[in-house]
Design a protein around this ligand. Structure first.
Ligand code: HEM
Ligand SMILES: [Ca+2]
Length: 617
């Protein structure tokens, strides 16, 4: 049973990020991140007409593992390892890579610096009491599923800092990004420091410039890369090579990692269990790890059914067909169940997220760096983590834990003789996530990833500093781009931000044009019953539209070589997350809509799902 501990006190200097894995360049070799600044993709020209660049099994085409040649004219669009795109020119101080630090109120002769990240975090994002529940009845299952899908889309690797170099002690290592606490507050003392690192970077391909850009470690397409990995090598570690299935550990859990380095399993209270998934962040939280477990099981469930329908299929054929089905389920659930709660229906229709699909080969699905901030829904983080069980016909919380004891602690899934995963899921569906506003609970603002001294870190400060070190321009430009609104005075924010928030922003920033993108968008008032303000909605909708329209393998494709049959597609469209959960967990009762806590709980047998008979070919 995992140990449960108490909150600790303050941080002095604390390493909280996982170690980077070596960056795999296109030729398959691995080089240390700190040695690279050329982008190996810039001069690479892959001709997608060559069959070996794509993936064929028995003459049928499937997605490549790293996303290569999804777009036949531009092999690297949406592929793992490619640069993030920018909507605007960078805002680096030197136009190349120096973090954005200057206020617009300064001049060349008299530079005014932006307020420190922790200062903004304290003034704008701090909660005095735990946040009230949201008014939309959104469940914690919603929160962790949004994270699960976000981990299909973006993962920005960090640069490497040698273990003997201490960024907080003033090391001049290239990728050091110490975030310093300048004034003593309720949790930290002046002089404390979050030992963060800058993201890994490569030179922009345009040879006239030395501008450095961040890259995506994973495929941006919604292709289940968090389940299957973003390279053949990662996938090979996960496959059993028997009957198309994925490896498991006892009681049908994900396999345990041989080498847990960099896999976010280092909670000081339970460091000895670490699952291996397609994404390195799977162990970050038991809620997230539960979805990883469910979709690994779903893969194996579907693979077993396909094998019994088609006894002559090879392991490879069953594997690829199953992956294709599971990816279709993920795409369907994301667009039919998740996005309508993330975005107001006006954005869903304006960006064509619900209409009929037609592939557009000129759409680049690679990650838009500003979406990365738009999609950091960290302000919805629940203060506590509940595990629940059925008692009679009601779901009752059994264990309630402080989040910081749960982070990076996947052992909860095995609790109670392996019933933990079911209890986590019931807890996620039965309990609501907090109100949507720019405030963060202490768990992520003060106690994230505590070390043995109970010392944690501040995700709000990190998100703000991350935007600056990426040279992401300030919020006001995106408000202009997305809403056509020019921000020149504080009152111009009144359309999007409540008065008390504007006052908080004004208490730290010298100008409304200084407001950092993440801070600006998470403090916007959400549109309708969604969880996103107008600028956030626009950034999120833009990326999801690209992920759909720019994906040649989208599950609704009508391409004769790639499409599902009409019978298959109509079965796939019956899938709901509730059904997937019923099929893969030891629960007999579920809500039809697991993203809402408003119920009712119904017998799993009444929740319809897909019938695989149309795959009997
Ligand atoms: C269990 C709760 C969560 C924890 C502990 C957590 C923690 C973190 C951390 C430590 C980072 C890296 C920050 C940086 O160095 O820049 C991060 C990034 C991110 N988070 Fe979360 N997060 C959580 C939930 C979520 C949720 C619900 C979403 C919703 C979509 C989300 C979206 C993102 C995104 C998009 C990034 C940037 C990913 C990248 O490209 O590297 N997170 N999160
Ligand atoms: Ca992906």
């Amino acid at each position: 049973k995992p140990k449960e501990t108490k909150r600790g006190n303050r941080a002095a200097s604390h390493k909280f990020m996982s170690e980077p894995r070596s960056h795999k360049v296109a030729d398959g070799s691995a080089r240390k991140r700190r040695d690279i600044d050329e982008d190996p993709f810039c001069d690479l020209n892959v001709d997608c007409r060559i069959a070996s660049r794509r993936k064929f099994v028995d003459g049928k085409e499937y997605r490549t593992q790293n996303g290569q040649c999804n777009n036949l004219g531009n092999f690297k669009w949406g592929m793992a390892g490619v640069q993030h795109k920018r909507l605007f020119k960078d805002a680096y101080d030197d136009g190349k890579w120096d973090s954005r630090t200057k206020s617009v109120t300064g001049t060349n002769d008299r530079i005014v610096r932006l307020p420190g990240a922790r200062k903004i975090s304290n003034a704008v994002h701090a909660t005095v009491a735990d946040k009230p529940p949201n008014t939309q009845s959104l469940s914690n299952a919603f929160f962790y599923f949004v994270q699960f899908i976000s981990h299909d889309i973006t993962k920005t690797p960090l640069g490497d800092v040698p273990a003997d170099k201490d960024c907080c002690a003033g090391s001049s290592e290239k990728f050091c990004m110490p975030i310093r606490v300048k004034v003593t507050d309720d949790f930290f003392s002046a002089g404390d420091c979050f030992d963060a690192r800058r993201s890994f970077v490569v030179k922009q391909c345009d040879s006239r410039s030395d501008i450095l850009n961040q890259i995506n470690d994973i495929t941006s397409y919604i292709d289940g890369s968090m389940v299957y990995g973003s390279s053949e090598a990662e996938l090979n570690e996960l496959r059993s090579f028997i009957g198309g299935s994925l490896k498991t550990s006892p009681a049908n859990f994900m396999p345990e990692a041989v080498n847990p380095t960099g896999l976010e399993c280092d909670n000081v209270n339970h460091p000895d269990l670490c699952f291996l998934a397609g994404d390195t962040r799977a162990n970050q939280h038991p809620g997230l790890a539960t979805f990883h477990t469910v979709f690994m099981r779903e893969h194996n469930r579907v693979a077993a059914d396909l094998k019994s329908l088609n006894a002559d299929w090879s392991d490879e054929k069953i594997f690829q067909e199953t992956r294709r089905i599971v990816v279709a389920e993920l795409q369907h659930i994301t667009f039919k169940e998740m996005l309508p709660k993330v975005l107001d229906s006006s954005y869903v229709s304006q960006y064509g997220l619900s209409g009929s699909y037609s592939y557009n080969k000129s759409v680049d699905a690679s990650l838009i760096q500003e979406f990365n901030f738009g999609n950091r829904y960290h302000t919805l983080m629940p203060a506590v983590f509940d595990m629940a069980e059925f008692v009679g016909s009601s779901v009752v919380n059994q264990v309630s834990l402080e989040q910081e004891n749960v982070f990076r602690n996947p052992g909860f899934l095995l609790r109670d003789n392996f019933r933990g995963v079911d209890q986590v899921l019931l807890g996620l569906v039965a309990n609501g996530c907090p109100f949507i506003n720019g405030l963060m609970n202490d768990a992520t603002r003060n106690f994230m990833f505590i070390d043995e001294n109970g010392k944690g870190s501040d995700l709000a400060s990190i998100n703000i500093e991350r935007g600056r070190e990426w040279g992401t321009p300030a919020y006001y430009l995106y408000r202009q781009l997305c809403g056509g609104v020019t921000i020149s005075s504080w009152t111009d924010l009144a359309i999007t931000h409540p008065a008390d928030v504007i006052a908080k922003l004004q208490s730290v920033y010298a100008s409304p044009k200084d407001v950092d993108l993440w801070t600006g968008i998470v403090t916007e008032t959400a549109v309708g019953t969604s969880i996103s303000g107008p600028t956030m909605s626009c950034l999120v909708a833009m990326q999801f539209a690209n992920l759909r329209n720019g994906d040649r393998f989208w599950y609704e494709t009508s391409d004769t070589n790639l499409k599902f049959t009409t019978g298959q597609l109509s079965e796939l469209k019956k899938v709901t997350l509730a059904r997937v959960l019923c099929d893969n967990l030891a629960v007999a009762t579920m809500q039809n809509d697991v993203f809402s806590i408003s119920g009712p709980w119904v017998d799993c047998s009444t929740i319809s799902g897909m019938d695989l008979t149309p795959w009997d070919v």
